[in-house]
Write a protein of this length. Structure first.
Length: 125
């Protein structure tokens, strides 16, 4: 589940900044929505569940939440997510280097079976 933007749902950053010039999701609240600490608490609960697993885990979500999840994985404050730009449909891998949480891959390209299919116009595999 993505960040609950409350009254700002469906409104662009530019539109919000017409009223609040320095507004950012990372520094300002969303009226009637989640705070950055609310989102971080959700990310922390996911991280606790993942760390309790003995095998790999795949997570799928939206950009802002994944950025908060990544910085919380590293032990950073949630607002540091502003420094982790994330593209659409990319692969990121969070892991450990011995006991230290690290990011192995960030914004990696997705490689799927469809990439290997010899496509022809008007055909599908």
């Amino acid at each position: 589940m993505e960040w609950d933007y409350g009254d700002y749902e469906g409104i662009t950053t530019g539109q919000i900044r017409e009223k609040i010039p320095d507004w950012s999701i990372w520094t300002h609240p969303c009226p009637n929505g989640e705070t950055i600490n609310d989102v971080a608490a959700r990310a922390d609960r996911v991280i606790a569940q993942v760390r309790g697993q003995e095998s790999n885990v795949a997570l799928f979500s939206h950009g802002h939440l994944l950025r908060v999840l990544a910085v919380r994985w590293l032990g950073f404050e949630p607002a540091n997510g502003k420094h982790f730009q994330l593209g659409t449909s990319t692969l990121s891998i969070l892991t450990h280097d011995r006991a230290t949480p690290v990011i192995k891959t960030w914004n990696g390209p997705l490689i799927t079976a469809a990439c290997a299919v010899p496509w022809r116009q008007g055909s599908t595999p």
